[in-house]
Write a protein that binds this ligand. Sequence first.
Ligand code: GDP
Length: 483
Amino acid sequence: LPCTVRSFAEALGLPAQKVLAKLFEMGTLANINATLDQATAELLAAELGVDVTFRAEADPEEEIEAIWNAPDPEESLRPRPPVVTFLGHVDHGKTSLLDKILGLNVAAKEKGGITQHIRAYQVEKNGRPITFLDTPGHEAFTAMRARGANCTDIVVLVVAVDDGVMPQTEEAISHARAAGVPIVVALNKVDLPGTRPERVMQQLTGLGLVPTEWGGDVEMVRTSALTGQGIPELLDTLITLGDIFELKANYDRPACGTCLEASLQPGRGVVAKFLVQKGTLRPGDIVVCGTAHGRIKAMYDPLQPHKRVQEAPPARPVDVIGLDNVPEAGSRFVVLEDIAKARKIAEHRMEMARQRELAQVRSHVTLENLFERLSQKEKKTLHIILRADTRGSIEAILKEIAKLEHPEVKIEVIQALVGGITVADVHLADASDAVIIGFNVVPDEDARQLAEQLNVQIRRYDIIYQVADDLKAALEGMLQPEK
Ligand code: GDP
């Protein structure tokens, strides 16, 4: 359900005309393709004197889930390259580092003329490939994650040694941590005279990132995007970590992966940048990707926009041509056998998206609905993002929160930073289902609007014990909605 008049008649073994006539008697003028809701169908069945039972149609999303999660036998798994994302404060050198790395590859010099928002490239070091994703910031990284696209294996946190840890450095750390992705630090711009990487290492240690050379577990590499110093070491570190994490995938299965971004390009049609995560993608494959579907006409190397690719194995980014429309960035794709099925799923999703838009059902945890919401979950954790005017306030609030005890619910502060509430915070709350608490700070206008749009709750306070009181009441399901 819902079902059409045609399938209703077929299911009952009645001529459709008879069903239509009965409907007409009941005051409804319908045609054979009209859909019946459950109430009408029940009434109709009663009028026709037949018994019906209602069954939900097999959910196409579950089918896709099943394909995506189809187990890969241990012996089918082979090592795959790591997928690495650069994050860091603006101007600390993310773009320059990646450019320098790609410079190692002759092909990188041949750049596409189109401005890409997310760049995805594969390079080789000593015959070992590494895949790099260059997102426009941790907001984009986390927005992708909110759509279920967790494609990064390792985050390279770029920190310029002349500037040190900056607000977005700290944000990037919490975003990487919330995604559960390990961090490697590039201490960049070491060519600048008079800089002291050790000072930055100290700052990072204060944030819980302790360098291996000081006995911790975070690799920190001194780099310069200008001279190229340290870049071979950075690449070696990424390859070694990939080996340590034993990243593996099954190469011999229908491909699935993530659409990093897609656009309509003059003369080419829909160009989708795919990252293959399992299996091997080939021209001719039928894919469904978000609300788009189609048969892959051609695949191109993102580094050489005119070079055709015949096979894309796991961790390989490719530009794909052949989809019927532009899927949303972060949509997952799977290869199916049957084009009709692919079309049906894409259409179903389009319909669902339309309905969601009408209903605006995107819902998140709030302190008022906490109790109800958590009672439906297995793991009961309230995620909090804390923003405050000073370090002192943060410490005082964290201390109060630590005192709160509840037999079932755990409070986890996934980010606690000084400063106003940002768009990145709202994305993080969206992806992690968190409530944002602002203490003596306000959200900027963009953040406020985005929070409204995504239904992320922002609560503002100026009295510390009030924060604790509200959280306590929320844990007990006693908090009244804010006026
Ligand atoms: P992003 O915002 O993190 O992508 O930073 P960019 O890559 O755009 O770099 C910002 C500025 O820093 C540019 O002017 C670069 O030329 C400069 N820069 C980046 N890396 C280095 C480096 O290793 N050494 C020096 N001296 N300058 C760098």
